[in-house]
Design a protein around this ligand. Structure first.
Ligand code: BGC
Length: 780
């Protein structure tokens, strides 16, 4: 559907306000009386944001920040950190500018501000919204203490293609899990009250559908049906808005031909008129000016289009500051459009209490205190996913290590690398606080631990890049650095492994150069010579535990076929080593589950479990090369299986869980009743889960449905409920999942959410392969 073609379905005023503070009469009264005093130039000043610190995109050096602040010509700065620096500009704005309007300081706080937690994709792997809420609350508290009341987080873009480096900042592939995490992040940052000293306004990003960039190439176009947009991609943003998100960030990509930063359909028709959003929208870095590269007009035209579509603030683009005023004066842009954008920005400034408390009291210097470390360790241990733990002949399962673990060889370029273990986009986190795997295992094993780096993260001259990773410092003259000799270090690592009883390999990819923004990959294997290192160690015959440290699903096919134990550990943050050791030694029983499918081959991407049906489905058990017409003419690859190597929701434990057949509180429900059940449930699915192993453990119980007869085809499975359940050995619990309109609806061809008479298949289990099944009938 084209931008602007959807009739307004509801007037914003008649919608319940998702954020009561922004809708408050008293607050809006203050906004209106200030707005009346503002000149056009002062209004436009509020729509301008400049970078004042390190650059998080191209360009970004502004030499006139003092002057702009003093004249009231900058509504917001990004990347200015610390009480002293922010107070400097705030004093200029409050004391020198005519109307004394405070500046709003914003920054990226992606997985903690100073205390670095695991990356967001890892936190999604905990399937524990409370963990996201806690991390967000730490982030808000520390950011606010640093003068930053506005965080550019959470990123809630659905990411179904790990070639896209920003999957690391996401909650993975699923809209239900993504929405649950989105709500938790918003709650943790905003604390349901923006004026609290430990809360910060969020900027939910990147609106919209940025994660669906074609071919996984960052900043690329997005092209999808309106149904897929609504049913999959918009869900988490909507959940965040319903949770009270104060601001959103528009994305770089186009959606069906209309750039997201000039897209009235998403920014106004849906966001404001359907969802009732009262906060403001900031563009992404330079995205308004970049609209010229999308070939939709010259500077003044694209600025007008962005503003009229609903982008209120221009981040680091300076187009609003230079080309809007003339267009208002010449009558091309009604001044009311500018005033409306200012109104939305002022609402957030008032709600944050900036008019009452514009300055930040300097506090003690940051330290990673025991309390912060304990929180980071607990969250990180919850995010680890045990992918495989097969018995080794004559040894049994390798994990958890027992006191029997004699000599252990720790090998790999990520075993002792503080900066890389911190993870991509760690903002103000400091690698010096990171406890590496080597340090943590040393604490437990003493001289029973042997160590070898094995190889670099990148090979040859590329390796020197990693010594110079800093967006703000150009890379120069690094060609004189010695080129690492991987062949030699691999031989040394093999010798180290031979002296040990078991080898732990810590492998992955360079977080700080190949993960996150502008870090798309066309291949998904370990980088540099790491695969050779792994194969060389495996050839020694020593049992291997592979610890994968990466912010995206990597291709682990060879490893899965040759290595008995694999632990997905992501980028775990400052307590990396302790958290990994806690799981390896069984102090923590792993409970993480994959938030994104791990492929067998990159050519399967985008790979996700909630596929649409096909008229020629592949036979699931066909693992050989097709040998006849019946096998050939179906929806499959000639050279690879369709299925994931490790599917969505997958994750093992040191104990076993068994599932009884799910039961329903009623098996038939009239459709009219379901249609009337928004926000309510009409039926409950119950399932008994039992710990049948020998140790206590936590299982993420997952509920999937399939709508078998809808007017628009529906995915073969969709997650519609999950719960973390802790069970002692032998213990059984009854877990219940409510289902109503919110879980059972779909978007029909008229772009309306509906439920029709049908049968839903329902499964409960420990992954998207769940087998325990029942069915629910929706009657006429
Ligand atoms: C990123 C955003 C980020 C912004 C400000 C952009 O390059 O896409 O996610 O919030 O920079 O740092």
């Amino acid at each position: 559907m084209l931008a602007g073609c959807v009739p307004f379905t509801a007037a914003a005023q008649s919608l319940p306000a998702p954020n009561a503070q922004l809708a408050s009469k008293e607050l809006n009264g203050r906004v209106e009386s200030l707005l009346k005093k503002m000149t056009l130039d002062e209004k436009i000043g509020q729509l301008v944001q400049f970078n004042g610190g390190y650059a998080t995109g191209p360009g970004g050096t502004n030499l006139h920040n003092d002057e702009l602040a003093a004249k009231g010509q900058v509504g917001s700065f990004l990347n200015i950190v610390g009480a002293e620096a922010t107070n400097h500009y705030q004093h200029l704005a409050i004391e020198k500018s005519r109307l004394h309007i405070p500046i709003l300081f914003g920054q990226d706080v992606i997985h903690g501000h100073r205390t670095t937690f695991p990356v967001p994709l890892a936190i999604a792997a905990s399937w524990d919204p409370a963990a996201a809420e806690l991390v967000a609350h730490y982030g808000a508290t520390e950011a606010r203490a640093d003068g930053i009341p506005w965080v550019f987080s959470p990123m809630v873009d659905i990411a179904r293609d790990p070639r896209w480096g920003r999957i690391i900042e996401s909650n993975g592939e699923d809209p239900y899990l993504g929405s649950a995490m989105a709500r938790a992040w918003v709650k943790g940052y905003q604390q349901d009250d923006l004026s609290k000293p430990d809360s910060a306004a969020v900027s939910v990003k990147h609106y919209a559908a940025y994660g669906a960039a074609i071919a996984g190439r960052d900043y690329n176009a997005v092209d999808m049906s309106e149904i897929a947009l609504r049913q999959v991609y918009l869900e988490p943003y909507h959940a965040a808005v319903e949770a009270g998100a104060a601001t959103l960030m528009s994305s770089f990509n186009s959606i069906n031909g209309i750039p997201a930063t000039a897209n009235r359909h998403t920014l106004t028709d849906i966001l404001r008129n359907e969802w009732g959003f009262d906060g403001f929208v900031v563009s992404d870095w330079g995205a308004v000016a970049e609209l010229m590269n999308h070939s939709i007009g010259d500077g003044p035209t694209v600025a007008r289009k962005a503003l009229e579509a609903g982008v209120d603030m221009d981040m680091e683009g300076n187009l609003y500051g230079t080309v809007i005023a003339d267009q208002v004066r010449s009558g091309k842009i009604p001044e009311s459009v500018v005033s409306e954008a200012v109104r939305r920005i002022l609402r957030v400034k008032f709600a944050l209490g900036l008019f009452e408390h514009p300055y930040t009291t300097p506090g003690p210097a940051y330290d990673a205190t025991p309390e912060r470390r304990a929180a980071a360790r607990k969250v990180a241990a919850e995010t680890l996913v045990l992918l495989k733990n097969d018995p080794v002949e004559g040894v049994g399962v390798l994990l958890p290590f027992t006191s029997k673990a004699k000599k252990v060889a720790l090998i790999g370029p990520l075993a002792d690398n503080q900066r890389e273990l911190l993870g991509a986009w760690a903002g103000n986190g400091d690698p010096k606080y990171v406890v590496t795997l080597r340090a943590a295992l040393q604490e437990r094993l003493g001289d029973r631990l042997l160590y070898a780096e094995g190889c670099g993260l990148l090979s040859g001259e590329d390796a020197s890049v990693l010594n110079h990773v800093d967006f703000n410092r150009p890379m120069t003259a690094d060609s004189h650095e010695p080129v690492p000799d991987d062949a030699k270090t691999i031989v040394e690592a093999v010798e180290t492994a031979k002296k040990a009883d078991v080898a732990i390999l810590a492998l992955g990819e360079p977080a700080n150069w190949m993960e996150g923004e502008a870090s798309s990959r066309a291949t998904l294997g370990f980088t540099g010579a790491q695969e050779q290192l792994l194969e060389a160690i495996a050839a020694t015959g020593k049992p291997i535990v592979l610890v994968v440290l990466a912010g995206r699903p990597l291709e682990l096919k060879w490893a899965a076929g040759h290595v008995p134990a694999i632990l997905e550990a992501w980028s775990p943050g400052i307590e990396a080593g302790h958290a990994v050791a806690d799981v390896l030694f069984g102090d923590v029983n792993p409970s993480g589950k994959l938030p994104a499918s791990l492929p067998r081959a990159v050519g399967q991407e985008p790979l996700y479990y909630a596929q649409m049906p096909t008229g020629r489905p592949a036979r699931v058990d066909l693992s050989h090369f097709p040998r006849n017409a019946e096998e050939k003419f179906n929806s499959r690859y000639m050279d690879e299986d369709n299925s994931a190597l490790f599917p969505f929701g997958w994750g093992l434990s040191y104990t076993r869980f068994t599932y009884a057949q799910p039961t329903l509180s009623r098996s038939v429900v009239p459709v009219a009743e379901v249609l009337a059940s928004r926000g309510k449930s009409v039926v409950t699915v119950g399932v008994d889960v039992k710990n049948t192993g020998g140790v206590a453990g936590t299982e993420v119980v997952q509920l999937y449905i399939r709508n078998t007869a809808a007017s628009v085809e529906q995915p073969v499975r969709e997650l519609k409920g999950f719960a973390r359940v802790t069970l002692a050995p032998g213990e059984q619990k009854h877990v219940e999942f409510p289902l109503g309109f919110d879980e059972l609806n779909f978007w029909n061809a008229e772009i309306k959410q509906t439920v029709e008479p049908t049968t839903y298949k329902i499964w409960a289990g420990g992954s998207s392969l769940a087998k325990a099944e029942t069915s629910l009938q929706i009657a006429e």
